[in-house]
Design a protein around this ligand. Structure first.
Ligand code: ADP
Ligand code: ZN
Ligand code: ZN
Length: 710
């Protein structure tokens, strides 16, 4: 036997029969608990990162040649042979494999599972000649590059932007490029900083990766980058692309044809041979956390990737996550601040409306304070726009029988079905169960069943009725939420109408509070934010504060109108410290007090958490599994460094007839927690199998490391 460890990263061991053993990451079924790369035979050595087709059970699957040595030979075990080598595709870089290794180890999943899950699904379907075809097409497009075009007109940087960029250049120069927290209020011109940093990376022949939280923000940002980098190739990567587009864009990045990749969380895994900069816009946004499979945080992986590949990372936000804020406080990240809005615009004045002093809901005002309605009317009359934000879609969250008390609960979930007036349905937002609204109460036959509460659909209707002034032109209201924008192109059309000034009032969910550079909005209102004030999730205040700051940030972005811009908040708790800090636009004060609370309570970022979740037919089965898992945990090495809390139902305990329980695992040491999980979780696959009867068994279990929703 001889070993070959060549500089190209080829790691193989040849055996007597002229075949070499290669280690291949394949997607093994999750319940098998294997997850590690498997050994195969090949006629010749293969470079790390090469894609291959191999037999797995009775199927043939795509795999990736993985770093590390094949396992020692076991003569009794016959290895299977690689069926095909996808040579048309240049191998993935060892650094890419390293990112996958880290993700798998940190989030406790199989490497093969992660590797295959983050590659474009299309790659698994194509054979070598089909891939060769696509590679050839892309390369020929590169050869016929667009004519090198007129220089874009660059805005003169503000002094703050200039300062931030100078600091960034200085920090980025060292051997260890830094992670930078770009803390800039809404409208302070963070995007311009990203553009300049990206321009420098491109000028140095490198690629830039720009992550955004929402798919609906990619077209807008893509347009801004495309305008600035005419003649450069920009591709997007997100889940709304067709499989063919996604493959093409991924290939463009992998082949180095694309200079700039703009995408949502999955783009953090883009293969970028010339990576020179990573930007994470709105780094605090919860959608950077994947909520199924490997539950990774793309923000955290971006930081890891930057360190590994010695590439600077910019995390940008007006309301940074408390994790990032604390790291900046501790000097691990470099904080660069933009405290003023561009062009002399100011942040909107915040008005907290004490709802206990307003006429009660139901008295014809639809739960909207009369002064707020009047303020919106003024805007309409002046030709300015207003944005009304309510984080609940549908017409009303529940229907109710005034006679017997029946409520429209979902038969499959511990949740109500939401009333959607537009198609007269009751829809469960958890399991999707949809039914036509009954004519009468299903329990007592009473015809008088009424909606309780309000979603965006009803808010739109109420605003229409309240705002209309006799004799005036009809008030133009646009609603943007997941329902109104389901059809392709609808979101763009509605946003376009807002930008064009064809809308007086924009009503919507969180979709409208993020990122958009609206120029005519002078009033933003949050009509029912209190609901998340007293949530059991310790991160709820952080999320609420950031959503409200972001929403406020949509007003007064044009300096000419900024001074009369307002953010209205309808609340029953106007004295709450969160609203006080909001009124003062004081993120620092809010973060300081939240961090102090977290420190006292031993919560992140001062402690590290993992959630073990179990789904079963009965709550007893789910609880029983978690309790047995906890029992196993107590005997393990390192158990003294972690605390395992008792199992509790999740916030929506039953979804689609499945009972869901979770158990919190906590440690003050990230490493101790990670090591402990690695020792503990493999045995849970076995535990699941050994639970005696089918009724006692869990349907599935999963671990969520650094969970965001608790
Ligand atoms: P943020 O991302 O911080 O919310 P943006 O980058 O969207 O802010 O900038 C807000 C607005 O200011 C945008 O319309 C942008 O084009 C404009 N802008 C940014 N920097 C400058 C500058 N230096 N000079 C003029 N306008 C600028
Ligand atoms: Zn009834
Ligand atoms: Zn349901």
């Amino acid at each position: 036997r001889e070993r070959d460890l060549s500089s190209s990263g080829v790691v193989t061991t040849s055996t007597g029969n002229r075949s070499v053993r290669v280690r291949i990451a394949v997607e093994t079924p999750q319940h098998s608990g294997v997850g590690e790369p498997l050994d195969y035979l090949c006629e010749r050595p293969l470079a790390i990162g090469t894609l291959v087709r191999v037999p797995l059970g009775r199927r043939e699957v795509t795999g990736v040649v993985w770093p590390g040595e094949p396992a020692p030979t076991d003569a009794t075990f016959e290895l299977r042979a690689v069926t095909a080598v996808l040579e048309a595709l240049p191998p993935l870089a060892p650094a890419w494999c390293g990112l996958v290794d880290f993700t798998a180890a940190y989030y406790q999943r199989g490497r093969g599972e992660v590797a295959l899950a983050v590659l474009p699904p299309e790659l698994r379907k194509l054979d070598d000649s089909q891939i060769a075809n696509r590679v050839r097409k892309l390369r020929s497009r590169l050869a016929s590059a667009p004519p090198a075009t007129a220089e874009p007109v660059l805005p003169t940087l503000t002094a703050e932007q200039q300062g931030a960029l100078e600091d960034f250049a200085r920090i980025g120069d060292g051997a260890d490029p830094a992670t930078v927290l770009l803390y800039g209020v809404t409208g302070s011109g963070k995007t311009e900083v990203y553009l300049r940093a990206a321009a420098d990376a491109l000028a140095a022949g490198r690629q830039a990766l720009v992550l955004v939280p929402e798919i609906n923000l990619t077209p807008q940002l893509e347009a801004r980058f495309a305008e600035r980098f005419a003649g450069r190739r920009i591709v997007s990567l997100h889940s709304a692309l067709t499989p063919a587009q996604r493959l093409q864009n991924w290939l463009a990045a992998h082949l180095g044809v694309a200079d700039l990749v703009l995408g949502t969380r999955l783009a953090v895994f883009a293969s970028l041979p010339r990576l020179g900069l990573i930007v994470v816009d709105e780094e605090h946004d919860p959608s950077y956390k994947q909520q199924e499979g490997a539950r990774y945080s793309a923000r955290d992986l971006a930081v890891y990737r930057g360190r590994q590949e010695r590439v600077p990372v910019i995390l940008g936000s007006a309301t940074p996550s408390l994790e990032s804020w604390q790291r900046a406080n501790g000097g691990h990240y470099t904080r660069l601040s933009l405290v003023d809005r561009v062009g002399g615009a100011v942040l909107p004045a915040v008005r907290l409306i004490d709802m206990s002093r307003q006429p009660r809901a139901g008295s014809g005002n639809g739960g909207l304070a009369p002064p707020l309605v009047a303020a919106i009317q003024d805007r309409v009359a002046r030709g300015e726009q207003s944005l009304v934000f309510l984080n609940r879609r549908g017409y009303a969250p529940v229907l109710h029988c005034t006679e017997c008390g029946w409520k429209s609960d979902c038969p499959h979930c511990s949740a109500w079905r939401v009333f959607h007036k537009i198609d007269r349905t009751l829809r469960c937002h958890h399991c999707g169960a949809t039914e036509r609204v009954p004519r009468a109460c299903p329990d007592c036959g009473n015809l008088d069943i009424a909606p309780i509460g309000r979603g965006t659909e009803r808010l739109e209707e109420q605003l229409g009725a309240l705002l209309q002034v006799d004799g005036a032109a009809p008030v133009r209201i646009a609603r943007i939420d997941a329902d109104s924008t389901r059809r392709k192109g609808e979101l763009e059309a509605r946003l376009g109408a807002v930008h064009a000034g064809d809308v007086d009032v924009l009503v919507g969910t969180q979709m409208i509070t993020k990122g958009h550079d609206f120029r005519r909005i002078t009033l933003v209102a949050a009509v029912n934010p209190d609901t998340s004030l007293f949530s059991s999730d310790f991160r709820a205040p952080e999320r609420l504060f950031s959503v409200l700051m972001q929403a406020a940030g949509r007003a007064g972005r044009d300096a000419a109108q900024a001074r009369r811009s307002e953010m209205w908040v309808q609340t029953w708790h106007p004295q709450h410290p969160l609203y006080r800090a909001l009124a003062a636009h004081d993120f620092d004060a809010f973060a300081t007090s939240q961090l102090e609370e977290r420190r006292m309570a031993g919560l992140p970022p001062y402690a590290h958490l993992a959630l073990l979740r179990a789904d079963a037919k009965t709550p007893e089965a789910a609880r029983g599994f978690l309790a047995a898992a906890a029992e196993q945990a107590s005997d393990l090495e390192g158990a003294e460094h972690v605390t395992v809390y008792p199992p509790v139902p999740t916030s929506v305990a039953r979804v689609a007839d499945v009972e869901r329980m979770q158990m919190l695992v906590e440690s003050t040491s990230r490493i101790a927690l990670q090591r402990f999980l690695a020792r503990w979780l493999p045995s849970l696959h076995e535990l699941r199998r050994t639970r005696s009867s089918a009724d006692e068994r869990v349907i599935r279990w999963a671990v969520d490391v650094d969970p965001l929703l608790i």
